[in-house]
Write a protein that binds this ligand. Sequence first.
Ligand SMILES: [Fe+2]
Ligand SMILES: [Fe+2]
Length: 269
Amino acid sequence: MDKKTEIIEQVEEINAMPRIALDLLGMINEPGITISELTKKIKLDEALIAYILRNCNSPLYGIKTEINSIPQALTLLGFTKLKTILMSYFNKNLYNITGKDEINNKLWIHSISVASYSEAIASTINANQETAYLSGLLHDIGKLIIYSSDNDTLEKVLEEIDESKKESYIIEKNILGFNHMEIGSLIMEKWKFSENLIKVCKFHHSAEHYNDKNKYICIVAFANILAHEEIEESQIDLSFFFNKYRLSEKKFEDIISTGLELKEKYLQF
Ligand SMILES: [Fe+2]
Ligand SMILES: [Fe+2]
């Protein structure tokens, strides 16, 4: 069995996967789905019930009534906001799977950071902010999958990422024979994620060369650079994005400050 198949099979065996949230994400997209059908499913996962109630009582969703039941929560939230909550729950649970706390935490903070910048960029260029947030949140799911597999070669990947100045996907390809975009999009296809999310996962490191109607590829590619720039000193050329979005310095500064504000907020969940 090659390494790619081996890793995918390991992920499929993990029982702690937030399956219910994943099923619900699929159900929400079905035409004619009802609140009572969704409630039935949500009730299978106690932690998810608590998470939904806690989140919709938070000021982020601007609901003034106190919510005590799932049908009430779903009615007031609407399906789009429920989707965001489910994604964030799914994502949070996913970050337990590597079994390596430091890596989990680093990847989790990175995904929140990219999601926040993606939302900030979307608000500047009039794209859908929730889609941008979700796209950013899940763009590096392949890394999580690679790092959750138990293999000596992974140590090598991590060491080399730390030591060299090369991009992680180049090192992954050299050592493993595939990168996090390839494995991430394969898993997303298996999990029946939307075509748009799969494309973001596949192309977020090559947006400049990829012409697609899906504007979220570029948004996430830009957000990914901004999130890395926060911690690294290297100056990356951003002219492609400045030209594409006709950004003034002022607009760019707005993206950065909004992105940082959103990140602070989302990290509190
Ligand atoms: Fe990536
Ligand atoms: Fe990333």
